[in-house]
Write a protein that binds this ligand. Structure first.
Ligand code: SF4
Length: 76
């Protein structure tokens, strides 16, 4: 299993990734809307119920299902 993406990783910070979407700084990241989480993002590589999964944006790492980043895209 790949290690979890650290919020302090420069790649994570560049995209505003946080492991808990409730902690998004909405002033800094105005695209964020309540209800958006990694597990309902189109890029999330796990099942919606998975606590963590890969994301192609952060190769070699796993992101938290409850996380969020600025590249969030609604699942089709
Ligand atoms: Fe989470 Fe989607 Fe951002 Fe990947 S692209 S970190 S799954 S919100």
């Amino acid at each position: 299993q790949a290690p979890m993406l650290n919020e302090k990783d420069p790649a994570a910070q560049a995209q505003g990734y946080v492991a808990d979407a409730k902690k998004v700084d909405a002033k800094k990241w105005p695209k964020y809307a309540a209800g958006q989480v990694c597990s309902n993002c189109a890029l999330y590589q796990g099942k919606p119920a998975d606590k963590a999964a890969a994301c192609p944006l952060f190769a070699g790492k796993q992101v938290a299902g409850a996380g969020w980043c600025n590249a969030w895209v609604k699942k089709a």
